[in-house]
Design a protein around this ligand. Structure first.
Ligand code: NAD
Ligand code: UGA
Length: 434
């Protein structure tokens, strides 16, 4: 089976490498020529654990190719996946579909008969039909099929999520697409992965509803954490106690500085806009977005309260910048709103991140300094803020770090350390909801 994947980002590249691993012949196409050049030289344009090896082995076995030449590649493709970005549209928060429709225009006159065009990007309900309309208009005589196959992988565990998903959703409108996609996903069918076939519209909405529901769990526990602080309850125990109820489940109840990343923030917003457009209400999702904004604001007050008095010229060491561990993705990371607010108050901040610094430099104020090691960041610091739960931070020698600091304030926005232990090491330890 010949597959083209348009967009070689977090989703396109991981999907491409995994489909090649399934046995298909895959070409990843990206109009970012620098990205394709890197890939053709064996350099990964993103950090994703395990991706480099998986790409290399499939390139070696001639199942995975990279190109910027769209027309050449797709003319022999049975399946063409669209995996380009759908960011929030500037100004109104709608999903910006210009990249998706640009792809539809670009492929229309190069597709082969009976090609299946599959949308893997997260797109509002109706987009697959609009893609169909665009292609039909440009190439009225062609027989082709559209399908929706939303992706549920998480950054940081993308390959495992792709290879062992909880489910595969297929939005279909023809038997032919069903057959071709079932052939492609056979390795997952063989390991008894639930495959749910739906209409196009339901598949598109399943993706938004799933992300919004997960974001709801996170905002829910973040809001409960404030009540814990006010009443003396421990949010970890509350989450554990709730999670033991199998109807609730323990996942996505980890308190933090607010959800970030390339999807929850934009997808919750896009869902609200989609509902408004359709005169339906989404009051819960609106509240989820609001709670997330207040959680980030609350973290700023927490930090300012901990570093009591003026933060002017205090040296603050920041550990972690990315929106979660095991990724270099800085899109909508909580650090992007928390750190500028502290820099505005005159704080002297030096930050470390194992993978995110290159991206962070493009997005954070120039007054932020960067350290190459944990030691450089904590040395002589008045306070440390742990922003992202990287394993390097979980494993650091807290006794040594305390000695290296000038002050004793440790603000843990991921609750990864033990409160009693931190106190016994001499820290003034601040965390969330405990
Ligand atoms: P990304 O920004 O990492 O990658 C998108 C790629 O598409 C870029 O490399 C860009 O150069 C390329 N591109 C844009 N227009 C193109 C065109 N006309 N021709 C060729 N290439 C083009 O995006 P991503 O994070 O992979 O997300 C892609 C989609 O998948 C989004 O809709 C997102 O919501 C969804 N999604 C993302 C994740 C995730 O974890 N990142 C998970 C599930 C779903
Ligand atoms: C999320 C979903 O989990 C994926 O299923 C989905 O495919 C993807 O969005 C997408 O559509 O792009 P991702 O953004 O990679 O994946 O990361 P998550 O692990 O879901 O975390 C999102 C944010 O929520 C992070 O900022 C994380 O720190 C935060 N979070 C998550 C919490 O604060 N607490 C939790 O318990 C879980």
């Amino acid at each position: 089976m010949n597959i083209s994947i348009i967009g070689a980002g977090y989703v396109g590249l991981v999907s491409g490498a995994c489909f090649a691993e399934f046995g298909a012949s895959v070409t990843c196409i990206d109009n970012n020529k620098g990205r394709i050049e890197k890939l053709n030289n064996g350099i990964m344009p993103i950090y994703e654990p395990g991706l480099s090896d998986l790409v290399a082995s499939n390139v070696d076995s001639e199942k995975l190719f990279f190109t910027s030449n769209l027309s050449n590649s797709i003319k022999d493709s049975d399946l063409v996946f669209i995996a380009v970005g759908t960011p929030a549209r500037r100004g109104d928060g709608h999903a910006d579909l210009k990249y998706v429709y640009a792809v539809a225009e670009e492929i229309a006159n190069n597709l082969k008969e009976d090609a299946v065009i599959v949308n893997k990007s997260t797109v509002p309900v109706g987009t697959a039909r609009e893609v169909k309309r665009v292609i039909k208009k440009a190439n009225p005589k062609l027989n082709f099929h559209v399908a929706s196959n939303p992706e549920f992988l998480r950054e940081g565990s993308a390959i495992n999520d792709f290879m062992k998903p909880d489910r595969v959703i297929l939005g279909l409108e023809s038997e032919h697409s069903k057959n071709v996609l079932s052939d492609l996903y056979k390795p997952l069918i063989d390991i008894k992965t639930p495959i749910l076939s739906t209409d196009l519209e339901s598949a598109e909405l399943i993706k938004y509803a799933s992300n919004a529901f997960l974001a709801t769990k996170v905002s829910f526990i973040n809001e409960i954490s404030l009540l814990c602080e006010k009443t003396g309850a421990d949010v970890h125990k509350v989450a554990e106690g709730m999670g033991l109820d199998s109807r609730i489940g323990s996942k996505f109840l980890q308190v933090g500085p607010g959800y970030g990343g390339s999807c929850f923030p934009k997808d919750t917003q896009a869902l609200v806009r989609m509902a408004q457009e359709n005169e339906a209400s989404t009051r819960i999702v609106e509240a989820v977005i609001e709670v997330n904004a207040s959680q980030k604001a609350r973290m700023i007050s927490k930090i300012r309260g901990a570093i009591d008095g003026s933060i002017l010229d205090k040296k603050i060491g920041v550990l972690g910048l990315t929106f979660k561990a095991e990724t270099d993705d800085m899109r909508d990371a909580p650090s992007l709103s928390i750190l500028p607010a502290l820099l505005d108050k005159g704080a002297n901040i030096i930050a470390h991140d194992p993978e995110g610094i290159e991206e962070a430099k493009k997005l954070l104020p120039n007054s932020l300094q960067y350290g190459e090691s944990i030691e450089e960041v904590v040395k002589d610091a008045d306070a440390i803020i742990l922003m992202t739960e990287w394993i390097d931070y979980r494993e650091m020698d807290l006794e040594l770090i305390k000695k290296m600091m000038k002050g004793d304030i440790f603000i843990d926005l991921r609750n990864i350390f033990n409160k009693k232990e931190m106190k016994s090491l001499g820290y003034k330890y601040y965390c969330i909801g405990r």
